[in-house]
Design a protein around this ligand. Structure first.
Ligand code: BYC
Length: 329
């Protein structure tokens, strides 16, 4: 069959017998749930996978500030503006913890950021969609941070110590973000006029499917999952986490009085899970290749931010050098 001939790029995982002594000792440590720390020996593939995943995660946090930043000047009240600014600052903080965790693996922060700006590094597909109305701020908090939490709660148990510890702090903040997003939507649905209620449904219609794509390709097409699961970098597969997110989100959707843009979404008594429709994977891969609605704008904004901030970095280095010279003198 054609499907069996398609090379999904799924990497083979070595069995214990195929490993050399160092690799086997490492795998046994992982299997015994012992955390790997920065100074411990690790296979090059493990280091590279972590640098890839943590840098992409850090870039996502930083680029993820942009769709929300779009609404700071247009938040409907002073309190909403403060909440939104606090959330965006939290995302910057998450980026910083993650870049630091990545540096413990020997990666260079500037080099990794350069890869983002030159289009070589990935960041979460979700941030290539526009935020068109105020309800999008609610839907981003509820759906996007909600999906991020489902993924990140399990990463608290990831095998690499510095990543796992960064995740613990990040998850605490993400659950506040998710609740503030849901509260924005609930307020609009319970106290808003018809136009405001329509905005909520419109935001859900646009962000529902892209939120499901945040979990990555389906397991059969995920090249990295098998090895990342064996190394316990990932603790659950992409499809398992996507299903978990849908199962916990649908009752919240119903409580809002809204619907999902998926006619196939229904409870399956036998499976004990919601069934859902087919994800448009073509759209997902197009966004990954740079053809999403906002890819160019996002990267251009980040590039400008780095260029415009160059004088601050130069001044800080000049100041530090002056201080050093004075203390030597
Ligand atoms: N978007 O083999 P797979 C946030 C890539 S930010 C783009 O399954 P893996 C927030 C994948 O990288 C939340 N690319 O990969 C911030 C791989 O590419 P490469 C961000 C995606 O790594 C501000 C290829 O597709 N969270 O919370 O085993 C405001 C094949 O995939 C995506 C994280 O980064 C995607 N959606 O699994 C609000 C969590 N999906 O590198 C909220 C940490 C897949 O081979 N990351 N790709 O060229 C992970 O858990 C995993 O990396 C993933 C993918 C589950 C995302």
């Amino acid at each position: 069959m054609y499907a069996q001939m398609v090379d999904t790029g799924v990497k083979q995982v070595k069995s214990l017998d195929e490993m050399d002594a160092e690799e086997r000792a490492f795998q046994q440590k992982i299997d015994a749930e012992v955390k790997i720390e920065a100074k411990n020996w690790m296979p090059e593939g493990y280091r590279k996978t972590l640098i890839r995943q943590i840098s992409q995660h850090a870039h996502s946090e930083v680029v993820g500030m942009l769709p929300e930043g779009n609404w700071v000047t247009r938040a409907p009240t002073f309190k909403r503006k403060l909440q939104l600014m606090a959330k965006i600052q939290d995302e910057a903080g998450h980026g910083l913890y993650l870049y630091s965790a990545m540096e413990t693996l020997g990666a260079d922060r500037d080099e990794e950021i350069d890869k983002l700006h030159s289009g070589k590094a990935k960041y979460s597909s979700i941030f290539n969609y526009p935020t068109l109305n105020w309800a999008d701020m609610g839907a981003v908090g509820w759906l996007v941070d909600g999906a991020a939490i489902v993924n990140q709660v399990v990463l608290q148990r990831t095998s690499y110590g510095p990543y796992s510890r960064a995740m613990i702090r990040i998850c605490k903040e993400e659950s506040f973000h998710q609740r503030q997003g849901y509260e924005i939507l609930l307020h609009m649905m319970q106290h808003g006029n018809e136009a405001q209620k329509e905005m909520v449904q419109d935001a859900i219609n646009r962000l529902w499917w892209p939120s499901l794509m945040m979990f990555g390709p389906s397991d059969a097409d995920s090249p990295n999952s098998a090895q990342s699961m064996a190394w316990k970098i990932k603790r659950h597969t992409n499809d398992e986490l996507r299903q978990r997110f849908i199962d916990q989100t649908v009752p919240q959707l119903e409580f809002l009085g809204c619907t999902a843009p998926d006619p196939d979404l229904k409870w399956n008594e036998e499976r004990g899970h919601y069934d859902f429709g087919v994800i448009n994977w073509q759209e997902f891969y197009d966004v990954l290749k740079g053809y999403g609605p906002c890819n160019r704008e996002r990267i251009e904004t980040r590039r400008q931010a780095i260029d415009n901030g160059a004088w601050v970095r130069e001044a800080a280095v000049a100041h530090a050098n002056k201080k050093k010279q004075r203390s030597v003198a």
